[in-house]
Ligand binder design. Structure first.
Ligand SMILES: Nc1ncnc2c1ncn2[C@@H]1O[C@H](COP(=O)(O)OP(=O)(O)OP(=O)(O)O)[C@@H](O)[C@H]1O
Ligand SMILES: [Mg+2]
Length: 226
């Protein structure tokens, strides 16, 4: 199993009485592409932050790629995330004044000057596969189109060849055309690399890209009935 949760509870420290997540049992197998949908405030981002180790469960077992994240320190979880997990954020979180090469290299925690030539080659071939022309590789990404920026964001999430790719509403700021492009590119990429994908959104029109669709309300019983 790539993801396995058991009896997981989570409340934010500043609102300890308000249970955000209560998950008895939930699992995702290797190579699955799962769409999790739920309303705003339902706990989607909180769930993703637990799985990527940015938050730690109050109780229960959080197992990702065979590693119990509830048993290791936050520093170890940071290391684990850098080594195994790709993350695509809602607003892409590219650094606007850096170029595409540096944005992707940052995910690798190196400045471009120090990049090994093999890593440079990996980045260039990723950018090429996402149809970013070499003439655009050295421009601040703020000077590129939204469509180009979204492709760079996927490329960045994939540079470390993560076994697990997590996407938190990455298409919410895109128009319909860019959204369709983004989804096709993303699905092609994860299919090619056999990457496990966990994608959350409130937008049910995206469900058609996935063969497994889970409602957060079915997974998370916090808030249900009280
Ligand atoms: N840092 C925080 N501190 C305290 N409460 C928080 C924090 N982040 C989120 N919450 C609360 O936790 C609940 C779940 O929030 P979360 O962001 O996980 O929802 P979501 O499903 O991702 O919503 P959206 O679709 O709007 O992104 C909400 O009630 C929210 O107010
Ligand atoms: Mg969210």
């Amino acid at each position: 199993m790539t993801i396995q949760l058991k009896d997981v509870c989570y409340s934010y420290p500043d609102t300890p009485g308000k249970r955000v997540l209560n998950i008895n049992s939930w699992a995702v197998a290797a190579g699955e592409q799962v769409f999790v949908h739920g309303p705003s405030g339902g706990g989607k981002s909180t769930l993703l932050n637990l799985l990527s180790g940015m938050l730690q469960a109050d109780t229960g077992e959080v197992s990702v790629l065979g590693q119990r994240l509830d048993k290791i320190s936050s520093r170890q979880r940071d290391r684990f995330r850098a080594d195994h997990i790709g993350y695509i954020f809602q607003q892409f979180n590219l650094i606007p004044y850096l170029d595409a090469m540096d944005n992707i290299a940052l995910a690798h925690q190196f400045a471009k000057e120090n990049l090994s030539s093999s890593l440079k080659d990996d980045i260039k071939s990723l950018l090429s596969s996402f149809h970013i022309a070499p003439s655009d590789w050295q421009k601040p990404v703020a000077n590129l189109s939204i469509g180009q920026q979204q492709r760079i964001a996927i490329a960045r999430a994939m540079i470390n060849k993560p076994e697990l790719l997590i996407a938190d509403e990455p298409t919410s700021s895109l128009d319909q055309d860019n959204r369709d492009h983004f989804m096709s590119e993303l699905m092609a990429m994860v299919a090619e690399h056999n990457t496990t994908l966990l994608f959350v959104s409130h937008d049910m029109s995206l469900a058609k890209y996935f063969n497994r669709i889970d409602a957060l309300a079915e997974i998370n019983t916090a808030g249900a009935g009280h």
